[in-house]
Design a protein around this ligand. Structure first.
Ligand code: PHE
Length: 495
């Protein structure tokens, strides 16, 4: 079996792929927004605390589990105890759900790449985004038809994902050598442009000046943990799947550390790019930095286009650079998510990577069309909220309980230490047994309480029931069937 399982080209390829999956749109579109609305620089404290008390320990756990079992999430958990395979499928199902809505942001990015050429958003990028790009309807009940340019963007996204995944992790090994460094270089170009603009320092100051009083607000801490989970692609089977393609002797803990630090470093760095531009924008519009934008999506698709239009020169070129950055950031997260889900099929039924990639895309593309309809934005918003705030949180919690209590975690630590360049101390077990699950439990309770008392934004309950709970719970049903379906017999290429 070991001989036939695919493997990364090299350790560097694995680390690049892991960084590629972690570093995504979240670093540019979510992180600066979360930081911005959580007290600017003060947010960095809970963020880095979350990284070390939950992010890195979970990364070590996931990569280590995948590597040790040589299986993606479903069969890796199934190897611990048979019924846990059900949980593994559910967690991997969340990644399928994420890639289906995550592809929408990539489709917007394609459309904006096109519009950058003529700076078509004109003087009012907000109206442009809502009306000309999204053709937003009045609410989730009014779905309407898919919007053609977005459908084209979506088709391009899925086609790219298919082309990259059809040869399995071998082609991923090559692609990430481009999709990881390229956006970093592009971000650096944008940063130089940003920092040389008037007003940029006000933005940076806003970003970095810590408002320590905000640290008393538990919500800020919860947000930091939530952001770490999303950003490091945890609890969705992604890192387990990628770890499963490591060789039997592969290094684990140091690779996890490098991945975690590179990801958060990129977020921090992207914050400079975003805030230098926001500072410039504020100055140009004569507003305080805190007033130039409000919503997360608005940051990438409204505030940035506004700033780009106001640049003194080469506006279209900077527009193109920005949207190519978003596309290259997002694409390697997208294929990592898809791989997390399809790895389970590769493990269990020995299905070829090409067929898996094709069949998945053929299913996922039509489903993702929902998010590019006129009401699609609202569904996107709801599904994103539920998958991240409920799905990933519960999945992370269960994962900690399984490894911390149902699995010989001490022996697992010895295994990791025998494999790793850096020592995994006892702290690792404590974080998995106590800190991470307690924090996740609190997040879950708070989120549930908020939902029960206030609902979610102005969305009607039926919409949150279908889109929110539906997208999280349907994987319990599908996961059950996938678990119960017998595995392919010993013959053939795998097992
Ligand atoms: N980490 C990715 C980002 O920051 C998103 C992601 C979440 C990818 C979960 C995989 C799994 O954009």
């Amino acid at each position: 079996m070991e001989e036939t399982r695919e493997q990364w080209h090299s350790r560097a390829a694995f680390i690049m792929a892991a960084i590629g999956s972690a570093v995504g749109l979240g670093n540019v579109w979510r992180f600066p927004h979360v930081a911005y609305s959580s007290g600017g620089g003060a947010f960095l404290i809970p963020y880095f605390v979350a990284l070390f008390t939950a992010g890195i320990p979970m990364l070590i756990l996931e990569i280590g589990l995948g590597q040790r079992m040589q299986k993606g999430a479903p069969l890796a958990f199934g190897a611990i105890d048979k019924p846990l395979q059900w949980f593994g499928w559910w967690a991997a199902g969340l990644s399928a759900a994420i890639v289906i809505y995550y592809s929408t942001i990539l489709s917007w990015s394609w459309v904006y790449l096109w519009h950058s050429l003529g700076l078509s958003w004109g003087d009012n990028p907000e109206v442009f985004f809502n009306q000309a790009v999204l053709h937003k309807s009045a609410g989730p009940g009014e779905i309407g038809w898919p919007v053609l340019p977005l459908v084209i963007g979506l088709a391009l996204t899925w086609l790219t994902v298919y082309l990259i995944l059809r040869k399995g992790v071998r082609s991923v090994s090559k692609v990430v050598m481009v999709t990881v460094p390229l956006p970093t270089i592009l971000l650096a170009i944008l940063l130089i442009r940003g920092l040389t603009l008037p007003g940029s320092m006000d933005g940076i100051r806003y970003y970095l000046t810590p408002d320590f009083s905000r640290l008393k607000d538990p919500q800020i801490w919860l947000r930091a943990y939530g952001q770490i989970f999303f950003s490091l692609s945890l609890a969705s089977g992604v890192m387990i799947g990628y770890g499963s393609y490591l060789g039997k002797k592969a290094e684990i803990a140091n690779s996890a550390l490098i991945t975690g630090l590179a990801n958060c470093g990129t977020s921090f760095f992207a914050g400079f790019v975003v805030f230098s531009m926001l500072g410039y924008l504020a100055k140009a519009q004569g507003l305080p930095v805190s007033d130039v934008t409000t919503s997360g999506m608005g940051l990438a698709f409204v505030a940035f286009p506004t700033a780009i239009s106001q640049l003194p020169a080469l506006n279209a070129a900077f527009g193109v650079i920005f949207f190519v950055t978003l596309l290259t950031l997002g694409i390697d997260s997208a294929f990592a998510l898809q791989e997390a889900f399809t790895t389970g099929f590769y493990d269990k039924w020995c299905i070829r990577p090409e067929k898996l990639a094709r069949v998945f895309v053929l299913f996922a593309f039509p489903i993702s069309l929902i998010f590019v309809t006129r009401g699609g934005f609202y569904w996107f918003d709801i599904v994103d909220k539920w998958i991240c705030d409920f799905g990933l949180v519960v999945s992370g919690l269960i994962q900690c309980i399984i490894i911390g209590y149902l699995y010989p975690v001490g022996e697992f630590r010895d295994y990791l230490n025998a494999q790793s360049e850096v020592r995994v101390g006892m702290w690792w077990i404590w974080t998995l047994r106590y800190i991470t699950p307690i924090v996740l439990l609190v997040i879950l309770v708070v989120n549930l309480f908020d939902y029960i008392t206030d609902g979610f934004k102005d969305y009607p309950r039926w919409a949150t029931l279908i889109g929110g709970w539906g997208s999280v719970l349907i994987w319990l049903v599908l996961g059950y069937f996938l678990w119960k379906r017998p595995a392919k017999s010993e013959k053939g290429q795998g097992e």
